[in-house]
Design a protein around this ligand. Structure first.
Ligand code: PMP
Length: 360
């Protein structure tokens, strides 16, 4: 009889055996500035309203497989024209997977830029799809000639561009993105996870490009715990993707809470505006520290580099501050760290701890 070890190593695909699981660090007790969450809860009155609605939610039943009211609220928010719809996902991670599965014919390529959101590459590995990563220019803008050449050569079935990009924080040139969409034979997905902080979108361009979809998430807008993302675009695309969506991918409680929060969208946007203001302050404070280079950001986080990122990361951790160490992830991110904008007190605690670590 084979051991579990040998069975596992015989049966699991080699590329999965070679992967390390996506690492989510233990964060209890830390000032948590590692995952681009909104640090604010909603006002007490809204919390009470949500609690009352949740108290009598029909959790004995499966969720509505097609939550038309929630979808209608999102359509309204985006001002989507006729012929366009939204598809809901259990976070936008699930939508990335669904898109890749839908177009993964033998030999199909998923293309993105590097450094960018790691899930694009990880999901292509999960599902056995070829991946091509085009390096960004040194200032993290698009390297348009190389991008266009690679598109011509690889003919990617699927292109992901994070707009603004994670972990670099910048928005790519709108004109260059349009050239990429126009040159792509496959589907191009603009991942607008950080839209609330940049307020620049490709939704108005959806009607112009038959190969364009826009993806957003509610995670960065104060709903990371709900797990809700959506794709917006032509109903013809979404009807095909719909076939792959697992029937009950968004639970009763996330549907209900998201509806309440969308009814109070201005509250969330005010929080995002406050985070943007605090981002500017935090960037200034960081830039004043000797030995720190901070990059411009249109998102709710800042990318910065120091002389020894891993030592700084560990020093901050010892001081109860959790940020993201990007060192070792990609050559262009050597000695880079990413900090999420928190409350003013959290940002202050981070700056004090960083100064302390750097002067130790
Ligand atoms: N896209 C980008 C660019 C991201 O940074 C993230 C989260 N870090 C996601 C998508 C995934 O968001 P979620 O699954 O929480 O919706």
């Amino acid at each position: 009889m084979s051991s579990v070890f040998s069975l596992v190593h015989t049966l699991i695909r080699p590329e999965i055996l070679a992967l390390s699981a996506y690492h989510v660090p233990e964060s209890g007790g830390f000032i948590k500035l590692d995952a681009m969450e909104n640090p604010y809860l909603v006002p007490q009155s809204l919390q009470d309203e949500i609690a009352a609605a949740v108290a009598c939610a029909p959790i004995n039943r499966y969720p509505d497989p097609n939550p038309s009211l929630l979808k209608e609220k999102i359509r309204h928010l985006l001002d989507l024209p006729d012929g366009m719809d939204v598809l809901l996902g259990n976070g936008s991670d699930e939508l990335i997977q669904l898109l890749a599965m839908a177009v993964n014919k033998p030999g199909a390529v998923l293309l993105s830029v590097e450094p960018s959101f790691v899930m694009y590459k990880m999901i292509s590995t999960f599902i056995g799809m070829r991946y091509a990563g085009v390096p960004l220019a040194e200032d993290f803008s698009l390297d348009l000639p190389v991008m266009l050449e690679t598109i011509e050569r690889e003919k990617p079935a699927l292109v992901f561009l994070a707009y603004p990009n994670n972990p670099t924080g910048n928005l790519f040139s709108c004109d260059e993105v349009r050239q990429i969409i126009a040159a792509s034979p496959g589907l191009v997905v603009l991942d607008e996870a950080y839209y609330a902080f940049a307020r620049d979108s490709f939704v108005p361009h959806l009607a112009q490009y038959p190969n364009l979809l826009v993806m957003r998430t509610f995670s960065k807008l104060g709903m990371a715990g709900l797990r809700l993302g959506f794709l917006a675009g032509s109903s013809l695309w979404l009807a095909q993707l719909e076939k792959l969506r697992l029937p009950y991918n968004v639970g009763v409680l996330p549907q209900l809470v998201a509806e309440k929060l969308l009814d109070n969208h201005p509250v969330l946007l005010e929080q995002a505006d406050k985070i943007k203001q605090d981002r500017a302050l935090l960037a200034t404070r960081l830039s004043e520290i000797a030995g720190v280079r901070v990059y411009p950001s249109e998102a709710n986080f800042l990318l910065f580099c120091v002389e020894n990122a891993t030592a700084v990361f560990l020093g901050l951790k010892q001081r109860n501050i959790l940020i993201k160490n990007l060192n070792g992830g990609h050559p262009m991110l050597t000695n880079c760290l990413r900090v999420t904008v928190g409350t003013p007190d959290e940002n202050q605690a981070f700056i004090v701890a960083l100064q302390d670590v750097l002067s130790a």
